[in-house]
Design a protein around this ligand. Structure first.
Ligand SMILES: Cc1cc2nc3c(=O)[nH]c(=O)nc-3n(C[C@H](O)[C@H](O)[C@H](O)COP(=O)(O)OP(=O)(O)OC[C@H]3O[C@@H](n4cnc5c(N)ncnc54)[C@H](O)[C@@H]3O)c2cc1C
Length: 329
């Protein structure tokens, strides 16, 4: 099918599903209402300002605001999750071709994009929960070799693997008492049975080995009772009423103001949905967790990045730092 026909079909499908969704229990969404709004008073006195209420931002918001003496502000450009993101098998449609839960970035043309000469879509989640709203929901912790290769003492596998165990609550097993609900799809089919048999014959492990991805097994997923279990559900919903936590939706950080002498972050400029600009002050730290593309972008808009790039765009140079915005190694 030509691309335009496929896209039209996808749009029609999406609209139809939305109409049906309004009629069914999926429309009963988790409540993420945060009682705070921006006022003159609310612009001061945050111990921590977290930019980006995605996967990492919400984990930090949860842990930092555990101490009621610490005031935490989360600034999130997107909205709370819609009912569309609740349906696990909808993830393909959630991020194709355009979605309210995706920043809908497209790469520059080049030969690095699976053979698409005009560039391809680079998915990044937008909304409370971040990319966990559009992800494939696979519970995946990576390979121990990668962590150890970084050679950073507190990030080595022996330490991190213990921390990772605290994240998940695996239904029906003896796993730890974490925040994220994980379940197995328990799919059955002749193909699965035969493949499992074949892997068993090859004496490859038929279970998940922590820290290794070698083997064949049923993949655990962030799904609870047939619904997506996003980081917003796991880490934010249970604590949204904490009085020392403020979550601003539909509010985009546009710049981190840094003191030129001390190089300390002092405040964050934000724009609300009406494009009104506010300056939110911090007494301690700004935490930048805006995702792979927007974090380096915001650093550069704030004067941190490769000097030549900043000067070319007429941006002030606060801290010349070559690696910002470059391919991670
Ligand atoms: C399509 C897709 C499928 C994936 N599937 C899996 C999977 O199955 N299993 C797995 O383990 N991982 C998966 N991942 C990866 C995982 O989701 C990410 O690694 C993780 O969510 C990254 O977390 P983060 O906090 O860095 O960024 P994100 O979760 O993306 O959060 C960044 C947040 O910052 C917000 N933001 C951005 N700019 C601004 C701004 N200027 N002001 C305010 N807010 C801003 C965004 O709206 C977003 O909410 C997938 C990712 C994608 C995109």
């Amino acid at each position: 099918m030509p691309a335009t026909v496929t896209q039209l079909a996808t749009y029609l499908y999406t609209i139809t599903v939305q109409i049906f969704l309004q009629q069914c229990p999926l429309s009963l969404l988790t409540d993420y209402t945060s009682s705070c709004t921006i006022t003159t008073a609310s612009q001061t006195n945050y111990d921590f300002i977290i930019i980006g209420g995605g996967t990492s931002g919400l984990v930090l918001a949860n842990r930092l605001s555990y101490n009621s003496a610490i005031k935490v502000l989360v600034v999130e450009a997107g909205m709370p999750p819609s009912n569309y993101s609740e349906m696990p098998m909808e993830y393909q449609h959630l991020n194709f071709p355009v979605s309210a839960h995706d920043w809908n970035f497209k790469t520059q043309p080049g030969d690095y994009c699976n053979g698409y000469p005009d560039g391809c879509v680079f998915h990044q989640g937008r909304g409370i929960g971040g990319s966990s709203l559009i992800s494939n929901m696979i519970q995946y912790e990576g390979n121990s070799v990668d962590f150890d290769r970084w050679n950073i003492s507190l990030w080595n596998w022996s330490i991190l693997s213990q921390e990772l165990l605290k994240i998940n609550l695996l239904n029906g097993s003896t796993a730890t008492n974490g925040y994220m609900e994980v379940s197995y799809p328990h799919s059955t089919s002749e193909l699965i049975n035969k493949t499992t048999e074949a892997f068993a014959n090859l004496t490859l492990p038929l279970h998940m080995l922590q820290g290794s991805r070698m083997g064949y097994y049923e993949v655990p997923a962030y799904v609870k009772s047939g619904r997506r279990f996003s980081v917003a559900k796991g880490y934010l919903a249970p604590i949204i009423t904490r009085s020392n936590l403020c979550v601003l939706y539909n509010t985009r950080a546009t710049k981190i103001n840094i003191d030129f002498q001390t190089k300390l972050a002092k405040s964050v400029e934000v724009k609300n949905s009406s494009n009104a600009v506010f300056t939110m002050q911090t007494t301690r730290e700004v935490i930048l967790s805006a995702g792979t593309i927007n974090s380096p972008k915001l650093l550069m808009l704030s004067g941190i990045g490769p000097m030549d790039d900043l000067l070319a765009k007429g941006l002030p140079v606060m801290v010349p730092l070559e690696g910002v915005g470059k391919k991670p190694t």
